[in-house]
Design a protein around this ligand. Structure first.
Ligand code: TEU
Length: 575
């Protein structure tokens, strides 16, 4: 058998921490860095080798830290710089690595750079952000420079009276987009957001909105064009044609690689979302020298409109297979690399969305089924806090007031403005929010069955899921039948057969089957056969491949040769 070696970031399993809801050590109701340090052994025992920490920087928290007011300071509720230095040390002491979040498409409007930029038309930092003059309709009403829609509803431009101009903000009004066209701005970003932390010893970055830095100008090279109308019932329209994968994006990434990231042995993973196979290869082909790997959203967006997650129409298993293939296949035969993930802080809980939480037995079985899927796909594996114990979405019975995410709040408010009295429509939208809102990932991690699930001794900033007594880390640790133990073992199996599961080729065998998801993973000298029953029915089992099948992992105790029970999954070696 050939033994190959790979860069560490390919073979790693990465555990994502979203600090506000991970673990509170001082009873103020917010997760914090000392709470993370206390929990590193849990992460290590899962089998993860890298921790990705969502933004820990100083921030007014309008978008939970993705609105940074100072790249070189810590948000005070999370701790101090000393705590952060200690975290880096404690992570390294355990042989783990630490990857931070790099949010450089925008800053907070509270960042000193923006305060300067906003102060006058001739401030030296004026051009560090994207300012444009208003336009006016026939009646003389002031309008934003374009009809671009914010990802958080309404206009992507915000008017500023001081200078009678609008600034671009593709997310919240308090998240102004930085002007990457300005070289001085780019160098300041490299120094403050990247170098500062590399010098402290962090091992890489998850690069937020990595496809959005280069905006596409109109022919005059300065103004912007209106976006095409895709949602006819509203004025503001998705701007992605002008704001994602733009004309200079690869130049910017190449510069960041050359000037900064290539000087360190670090992991870089870009959140890109959607792009063609050709475009994807530009970002993550090794030869292009931009980033190591990227997150594509095919799987997590399945069933939703790509431009608006709350326009949800459901999906078939075939759609899901397509999505998995899209994220896996683009690297086939290339020097590019990809990622495997099904949850993060922007997504609902996978077991609710893709599994079955109607009873305890199916909940555990389908959470394990998803673990089998994730641990057998090609690329670097990412696991989001709580996924390893099968945490679920928030209960449908909760009121909309329990939802705290700006994305959800703005969307609901805008909907209510247009539709004040329609209980039927309300119910429909609430069903969708209960399925796909970002809030589901953001409820506190359930550590044990004590008050607040052991997350905090104070009042949690956001409500703990009612099911913490049944679903928690303590109950699952050491229980051989738990979802957590299953993840531990599945990660071991993945590591034991790296060539197949981390690096192998992926081929779907039963594309048209609407109950089973069957695929083959192959390396130079081995094959694995994976069959996953995504339905709530017994399905006959007939191997679609020749050779002897040797079972190496499964989520049931007694495997029946001829039948797959509901949500049963099996991983075989083909001999
Ligand atoms: O997300 C960018 C992104 O494209 C999303 O998935 C976003 O959550 C979605 O468009 C909203 O419906 C990143 C971060 O992951 C997210 O948490 C931030 O809110 C966002 O950037 C702004 O920094």
């Amino acid at each position: 058998m050939t033994v190959k070696t790979y860069p560490w970031w390919k073979d790693s399993t990465i555990y994502q921490i979203w600090p506000a809801s991970f673990r509170d050590s001082n009873g103020d109701g917010f997760g914090d860095i000392p709470g993370i340090i206390k929990s590193l052994d849990h992460i290590k025992s899962l089998g993860a080798s890298v921790v990705w920490l969502s933004p820990h920087y100083d921030s007014p928290q309008d978008d939970m830290g993705y609105d940074i007011s100072n790249y070189e300071a810590i948000y005070e509720k999370y701790g101090t710089m000393d705590d952060m230095n200690q975290l880096i040390e404690e992570v390294h002491k355990r042989g783990l690595k630490l990857v931070c979040d790099l949010v450089i498409n925008h800053t907070s409007s509270e960042h000193a750079w923006f305060k300067e930029s906003k102060s006058s038309l001739d401030n030296p930092k004026r051009d560090w952000y994207i300012w444009r003059k208003p336009r006016y309709d026939d009646k003389g009403n002031r309008l934003p420079p374009t009809n671009w829609l914010s990802h958080f509803s309404g206009s992507a431009w915000n008017y500023d009276e001081t200078t009678d101009e609008y600034y671009l903000c593709l997310f919240a009004k308090t998240q102004p987009d930085l002007n990457w066209e300005n070289e001085e701005t780019r160098n300041a970003i490299y120094k403050s957001a990247l170098e500062f932390w590399f010098k402290k010893g962090v091992d890489g970055f998850r690069i937020d909105t990595a496809g959005m830095y280069s905006k596409k100008f109109a022919k005059d090279g300065k103004s912007f064009e209106d976006a095409p109308i895709v949602f006819p019932e509203q004025y503001y329209q998705p701007s992605s044609d002008f704001t994602t994968n733009g004309p200079r994006i690869h130049e910017f990434h190449k510069e960041m690689f050359e000037k900064v990231t290539s000087n360190y042995d670090v992991l870089t993973v870009g959140e890109v979302g959607h792009c063609s196979k050709e475009e994807a290869l530009k970002y993550v082909s090794a030869n292009e020298k931009e980033m190591n790997m990227m997150f594509l959203f095919d799987v997590v967006d399945v069933g939703s409109d790509k431009q608006d997650r709350f326009r949800y129409n459901g999906f078939t298993l075939k759609d899901f297979k397509d999505a998995v293939a899209a994220q896996s296949d683009f690297i086939k035969g290339t020097d590019a690399w990809s990622t495997v993930f099904i949850e993060n802080h922007d997504q609902p809980r996978a077991v609710t969305r893709f599994g079955n939480t109607s009873n305890k037995q199916l909940w555990a079985k389908s959470a394990k089924l998803l673990a089998l899927l994730q641990t057998t796909l090609t690329g670097t594996l990412y696991i989001y806090q709580g996924q390893e114990i099968g945490m679920t979405n928030l209960p449908r019975s909760w009121d909309i007031e329990e939802y705290k995410d700006i994305n959800t709040i703005n969307y609901w408010a805008q909907y209510k403005e247009k539709t004040p009295n329609d209980p039927e429509a309300d119910k429909k939208l609430l069903d969708v929010i209960n399925l796909v809102a970002r809030d589901h990932a953001r409820s506190p991690v359930q550590w044990d069955d004590s008050a607040n699930g052991g997350f905090s001794t104070g009042t949690p900033w956001t409500r703990v899921n009612d099911n913490y007594k049944e679903i928690n880390v303590k109950a699952q640790t050491g229980d051989p039948d738990s979802v957590f133990s299953f993840y531990q073992n599945a990660i071991k199996v993945r590591q034991l057969h790296k060539e197949l599961f981390i690096h192998g080729d992926f081929e779907i065998l039963d594309y048209e089957n609407d109950k089973l998801f069957t695929y083959v993973k192959s390396s130079a000298d081995q094959k694995s056969y994976v069959v996953l029953n995504f339905s709530n029915e017994d399905v006959p089992f007939k191997p679609l491949i020749s050779g002897d099948l040797k079972l190496i992992n499964s989520n049931v105790k007694d495997v029946n040769e001829n039948t797959l029970t509901p949500y049963e999954g099996r991983v075989y070696l083909v001999e």
